[in-house]
Write a protein that binds this ligand. Structure first.
Ligand code: G6P
Length: 371
């Protein structure tokens, strides 16, 4: 009903608007002064300390949250992290033992592919930590440790607020591991947690900046395809932007690592093709920024319509942006929490302009309980 949607046309609109709360509630209470605390912990400190390899397994949007987690966990914990779609994981005989931590990320906690990956991992002796939005669901029940995301119920089939909550939870997992392994001092963990908490405001602020993106969506709604480019944590954000557009607007959309442009995707560039580029901060990441800047120039010179997601005050990109989205300045690893928002809004508005039901895209299910 209209009341349930809180005045919004679709649940998805409401869920996009709730993302600040989703991040806030997910972070809340997980730092107790001495360190990061999980919700359910059936692993000893020793178990956690001896972890020497992490796999993140998940499907769809949750998988993209895992791709982002890899950057944070490897940076903070100095252990290798592999991220894999759950449906591939157990069929290729992955190398697992008691020192392996498998992080299973799932909004519903009932996705069959992810559940089977969890079962496979446990049979091989690996430890499993679930990141889940649904209390008492099957995946957390079968895991050794649980961190719940508190996005609240998500009705829209295409995941939005659960994704931002997953990002927040995954960062907490990274900090918890760094703490157990001693790769970060307590006060460094406290500082990261504080910086993470400050992201709630950055998310809220980003949400207020979306009107121009809605206008842009009207203009490009009839395009045949849209490409998304990013580097470092901006790469998974590009993948998520493309997935949202496929799911909601039934448009051909691809996300690429910007560095791969010259190895293939550049051949796709033609006059008027919208290309969304997720650009890092010129201050915190000058090297990657300069590389992206040359990518933007290259594709604009070939006729692409460049839609640039950038940090406020970055005037180096402005001359090459046909459309500029300026987002608040945030720490490098946390940029996906803000950079994903314009891509969600873009996909939702394009789908709306095309007359589709953005809560219930064709052929898709909210929770896929068969393999
Ligand atoms: C389905 C949904 C996606 C979701 C994926 C994983 O494909 O349509 O939005 O990302 O399942 O779901 P989960 O509940 O495991 O996060």
């Amino acid at each position: 009903s209209a009341a349930e949607k809180g005045g919004f046309e679709f649940f998805m609109d409401k869920e996009i608007a709730e993302q600040g709360d989703a991040v806030r509630s997910t972070l809340m209470g997980h730092f107790d002064g001495s360190g990061i605390v999980l919700d359910e912990q059936r692993l000893s400190e020793d178990d956690l300390r001896t972890i020497d390899k992490v796999f993140v397994v998940a499907c769809g949007t949750a998988y993209h949250s895992g791709l982002i987690a890899k950057y944070a966990i490897e940076h903070w914990c100095r252990i290798p992290v592999e991220v894999e779609v759950a449906s591939e994981f157990r069929y290729r005989d992955p190398v697992l033992d008691r020192q392996t931590l498998v992080v299973a990320v799932s909004q519903s906690g009932e996705t069959a592919d992810t559940l089977e990956a969890v079962r496979h991992a446990r049979r091989q002796g690996a430890r499993v930590l679930a990141v889940c939005n649904t209390n008492g669901a099957q995946i957390p029940r079968e895991s050794d440790a649980v961190l719940y995301t508190h996005a609240g119920p998500e009705i829209g089939v295409a995941s939005t607020k659960a994704f931002l909550a997953q990002l927040a939870a995954n960062y907490l997992v990274g900090l918890a591991l760094a703490q157990a392994r001693g790769t970060k001092y307590r006060d460094e963990i406290a500082r990261e947690y504080e910086a993470l908490t400050a992201m709630v405001e950055a998310v809220e602020q980003t949400l207020t900046l979306m009107d121009p993106v809605r206008k842009l969506a009207q203009e490009i709604a009839q395009s045949k395809a849209v490409l998304f480019l990013g580097r470092h944590v901006g790469f998974p954000v590009a993948l998520e932007g493309a997935l949202k557009l496929k799911e909601l607007a039934y448009m051909h959309a691809e996300g690429f690592a910007a560095g791969e442009l010259k190895h293939g995707p550049i051949a796709l560039i033609e006059d008027g093709l919208p290309v969304v580029i997720v650009t890092p901060s010129p201050k915190s990441d000058p090297l990657i920024h300069s590389k992206l800047l040359s990518n933007i120039r290259e594709i604009q010179a070939r006729g692409a319509r460049t839609i640039v997601i950038s940090e406020e005050g970055d005037d180096t990109v402005a001359p090459f942006a046909d459309f500029l989205v300026e987002l608040p300045r945030v720490p490098k690893l946390f940029q996906p929490l803000v950079a994903t928002i314009p891509l969600q809004v873009l996909a939702a508005e394009i789908a709306r302009a095309r007359g589709y039901d953005i809560d219930k895209p064709r052929n898709l299910a909210k929770s896929v309980t068969v393999e």
